[in-house]
Each structure stands twice: as C-alpha cells, then as structure tokens.
Write a protein that binds this ligand. Structure first.
Ligand SMILES: [Zn+2]
Length: 332
C-alpha cells in the first residue's frame, strides 16, 4: 500500500452527503489508471477500466464517514447537533471536530442528573469558541456537518484512525486499480451515504448493471480483551463475508472469492457480522437482483476515534481484489 495515498484518502473531510472533497482526492489518484472517471447525480465516484469480455465487475467502497450535523445555535454560541450515521454521544465527548470550512471545535455535554453512560445527543453540544449566536453564525450554519479530527496512530503493523471505516477500503480499491489487469470491464464505485442507510450504492449499481459486485468494508473482530465471540481476528487476512444485517452472500460468490484467494496464496477468514449492514445488500437488491459479495478488512473499535486495522490485512486485500479481476469465469 502506498502510504501517502492511504493517508490522503483516509484523512480527507467527507461525512455522508458531503463527500465531494473525498471524491476529488480519490479521483486524482485513480484517474491516471482508468479510462473514465465521473460522479453520478448522488455523488458516487465511478472509475471505469475497460475490458474485452463483455462482463462487468463492480467494486464498491463507501467514501462517507460519520459526523454531527448542526441543528441549532444558542445565544451563547454553542451548537446543538444530531448524529449523521452511528455516532455514540458518550464517545463524542472530549473530542475535537472540524467543519468543511476548517472551523474547529470541541464536543462536551452538560447534564446534572444523568450518569455519563446514559447521555444522549440531546445533552451534547459543540463549542467553537464563540461567545454569541452571531459570532457562531459567522463560522457555521444550520445543516453544516462536523467530523471528528484524528491523527494516524502507527503501532507497528497496526494503524489507527477515525476514518478507517471505510476509507481504508477506498484506498485498497484505488491502489488495486493501479496494477490490475482484467478481461472484464471494471467499475470501481466509491459510494456516498452508506453510513445513513446504504443509499448510494444501489442507484449506482442500477445504472452499471454489473454481472458481479464485490463490496469492501470493515468488519468487527473478536480478539480484544473479553470481546464477544467473533471468528475474525486482526492480522489473519481479509474476510469473505457470509452474512451481515443487509445480506446473505450467495455460496457461488463466496467460492469465487475464496478460489481467487487460494490460487494466489492469500489467507482469508470467513466472516459473519453480528450487526450492521453494508453496501453489499443494497447492490444485491437492485434491479432483478445482482450477485453481490463482500471482502472485509478486520477492524478493532469501529465507529470510535481509533478504528484500528493491520497493514498485512490491507496489503492482502489489495492482492485479493486484483486476484478476483484476473478470474475469467464469473459466478452464476
Ligand atoms: Zn463502513
């Protein structure tokens, strides 16, 4: 993995519905390796590499990240917010945030009756350093979305960042596009609005009408202290999804991915995600149904400021994407 590409793609601002800056960064990286790169009406970034077989393989990785949308500003200049995607109020408190225009702020809460663990978004506010409503309104408007600020934490092969979900998968697809060779048309779709209900991937797949879709997202792991039972561990390879809340992956698609992995000596893990959906299901239910599977990147602490992945899994996922497009026979 090109570390500069990874850091640029993972750290750019881009909450659900406001993905343009992230799209621009990814576009700059993939354009030299593709025949066509464009945004659709919803903002999905679609990069096409033409083949000769007449078959189409789509990859989908979501660009959007979770955030906090401003719903009110009080007389003292504090901002009240609603979650965009699965944001925990408790895990937000004490963190730094940033708006698209560069305005910085911090998240705190005030509640005299509830325990900290019982707070909701109703008690959470942002402080952007303003003393009055007018001063705050010069920097931020109702409907603006803040994202959490986070640095890369390098821990040997493990790397933590707030936005590994799912920019690490965007980086994997962008990296794979550089060297992949396929007889099929490749549609790499960097999707919008996954975190608010997998809204972007379906319309993109409807138009592309792929013979096969492979989504890439992060999945939870069972290797932390006293974690609930999960089969997947960090550093043991990308996963081949069997099920999440949005999808049951057809056996033919799972076998296709596993075969490609085996041929190329790439270790993979079987994955059943306890909770949470992905673009995989959104694509599967488009048109008359589309064959859809998912490769996941094992990730600790999903939807916290320290989403942690293992670079060995990331590098293996790049190889696995390339291995899949080299297969002549697509699943039926
Ligand atoms: Zn995700």
């Amino acid at each position: 993995m090109d570390m500069q590409l990874m850091q640029d793609i993972v750290s750019v601002y881009g909450p659900s519905g406001r993905e343009q800056a992230a799209s621009d960064v990814i576009k700059a990286y993939v354009e030299p390796y593709c025949d066509e790169v464009y945004n659709d009406v919803l903002g999905n970034l679609i990069a096409v590499k033409k083949g000769t077989s007449g078959k189409k393989i789509m990859f989908s990785a979501h660009m959007d990240q979770i955030g906090l949308i401003v719903l009110d500003i009080d007389e003292k200049g504090f901002l009240y917010v609603a979650p965009v995607g699965g944001v925990s109020p408790m895990l937000s408190v004490g963190h730094e945030v940033m708006f698209q225009n560069g305005t910085r702020g911090v998240v705190s809460y005030e509640n005299k009756t509830k325990k900290f663990t019982e707070i909701t978004m109703m008690e959470v506010f942002l402080d952007i350093g303003s003393s009055t409503k007018e001063e705050a309104e010069e920097k931020v408007s109702i409907g603006d979305i803040a994202v959490f600020v986070s640095n890369f934490v390098m821990m040997g092969k493990k790397v933590a960042h707030r936005t590994q979900d799912d920019r690490i998968a965007c980086a994997i697809v962008a990296e794979a596009l550089k060297t992949m060779k396929s007889e099929h048309d490749i549609y790499a779709v960097f999707t919008v609005q996954e975190e608010v209900g997998t809204r972007g991937a379906g319309p993109a797949a409807y138009v592309i009408e792929p013979d096969l879709n492979i989504s890439l997202d992060v999945c939870s792991v069972g290797d932390t202290p006293e974690s609930v039972r999960e089969h997947v561990k960090l550093g043991c390879g990308p996963t081949v999804k069997a099920k999440d809340s949005s999808v049951i992956v057809p056996m033919s698609v799972r076998e296709f991915i596993k075969n490609a992995a085996k041929k190329n000596n790439i270790a993979v893990q079987d994955e059943v995600l306890r909770a949470g959906g992905t673009d995989t299901g959104a694509v599967q239910r488009t048109r008359g149904g589309i064959l859809s599977g998912c490769i996941s990147i094992p990730c600790r602490y999903i939807h916290t400021p320290v989403e942690t992945v293992d670079m060995d899994d990331v590098d293996a996922a790049v190889k696995l994407v390339i291995a899949c497009v080299e297969e002549s026979e697509l699943p039926k």
